[in-house]
Design a protein around this ligand. Structure first.
Ligand code: UT7
Length: 335
């Protein structure tokens, strides 16, 4: 039986470090508030002078993942790109990565599932590999949040949380018994779509309207988040969807060697850890350094965990995410 496995990984973050003190120079906030509520100490924001974008960061992470998998770009036979911050309204960044890597005319799919985007993308790669359709699927999560945040006090409840960066993996087939992606679980609840959203620019909110009305109170062009509401749903759904993956495979929480949760908020990760009875060394967090990088957060964290030897061959790895949509998802992988 063919299963899919992660054959290569890599991440890239911009050089520009933005500390909480830097933010305090832009808006009314402070290091103590940000650390206490979110655990974040600093994040990376693209320096606009570098011309870095979601697709260029994605390409840099992808090059590392491709090299680690021991293949070349020419071997990639499908691209899946998850982001909420594409370079263009259309086309999506999948085709830009295809062009930047000089890959021939393979399919490139864009996934729009925000914080859950990487697990959605991985589950699609998994299915294509299990059906024998593709052999080297490049899965990328990349975000440029800093270009579109409200960096005034008005936007502080959102803008202090988000960071830029990219992570990627190469998925390949394996016939090794019990190895690879064991299960994936995807959910959504559109009734809460507006609780964490960026409404414009969009077909319901064209830029023309913004310019014509010149209404500075129209904040639709910045991300909105009902923080408390999102937090409450996140802690419930994270636990639920991890338990769903465990139930589907017959494992117990204590069987998990490493949980890599989407880096939404350190308090959310700690809550899940405690409520599931997991040890401190069983949950990987790097939000302290990078903030919340949405679709990029899990592949960045996975790449760092691998580099640090915290996820090893034979480990049972769980990835789980919750975010805008609402969407939430999980996967269990035997490394
Ligand atoms: O990745 C997708 C999923 N996202 C999440 O899961 C995020 C979930 N939500 C959260 O992480 C938290 O709700 C936040 C970190 C966003 C906010 O924390 P909170 O404890 O829910 O704070 P709050 O929004 O209730 O605000 C508390 C106070 C308010 O002041 P008053 O009304 O009590 O006077 C805010 O105006 O903190 C104020 N505040 C700030 N103060 C300093 C909000 N943002 C800031 C800030 N600096 N950056």
């Amino acid at each position: 039986m063919i299963n899919s496995k992660i054959a290569g990984y890599g991440h890239y973050v911009p050089d520009n470090v933005v500390t909480n003190d830097h933010l305090a120079g832009m808006m009314e906030t402070n290091d103590a508030w940000i650390q206490e509520r979110t655990g974040i100490q600093e994040r990376r924001w693209i320096d606009p002078k570098t011309g870095e974008t979601t697709s260029t960061m994605g390409t840099k992470a992808a090059r590392k993942a491709i090299a680690k998998a021991g293949i070349t770009p020419a071997d990639v036979d499908f691209i899946i790109f998850a982001t909420l911050s594409p370079d263009y309204y259309f086309p999506g960044p999948g085709v830009q990565v295809q062009e930047q890597l000089g890959i021939a005319e393979v399919g490139a799919l864009d996934v729009r599932n925000q914080c859950s985007g990487f697990i959605y993308a991985l589950s699609i790669a998994d299915k294509f590999i299990k059906t024998g359709t593709y052999k080297n699927v490049l899965v990328i999560g990349s975000e440029n949040h800093s270009g579109g945040l409200d960096k005034t006090t008005r936007g502080r409840g959102v803008s202090v949380i988000f960071g830029d960066g990219a992570g990627a993996v190469v998925m390949q087939p394996t016939t090794q018994e019990g190895k690879g992606v064991l299960t994936t679980h995807l959910h959504s609840e559109g009734v809460h779509a507006k609780e964490l959203a960026l409404i414009g620019p969009s077909t319901s909110h064209w830029v023309d309207k913004m310019i014509a009305e010149n209404d500075e109170s129209d904040t639709s062009y910045y991300p909105y988040m009902n923080g408390n509401f999102v937090f409450k749903h996140a802690v419930t759904r994270f636990k639920e969807v991890i338990e769903e993956a465990l139930a589907a495979t017959g494992y117990k929480p204590t069987d998990i060697d490493m949980l890599i949760p989407h880096q939404a908020n350190l308090r959310i990760s700690q809550f899940i850890q405690k409520s599931m009875g997991l040890g401190h060394d069983k949950v990987f967090n790097n939000i302290q350094k990078y903030g919340n990088t949405t679709a990029a957060s899990i592949p960045i964290a996975f790449s760092e965990a691998m580099e640090q030897g915290k996820v090893k061959e034979g480990d049972l790895l769980c990835m789980a995410a919750f975010g805008s949509g609402f969407t939430w998802a999980s996967t269990l992988i035997r490394m």
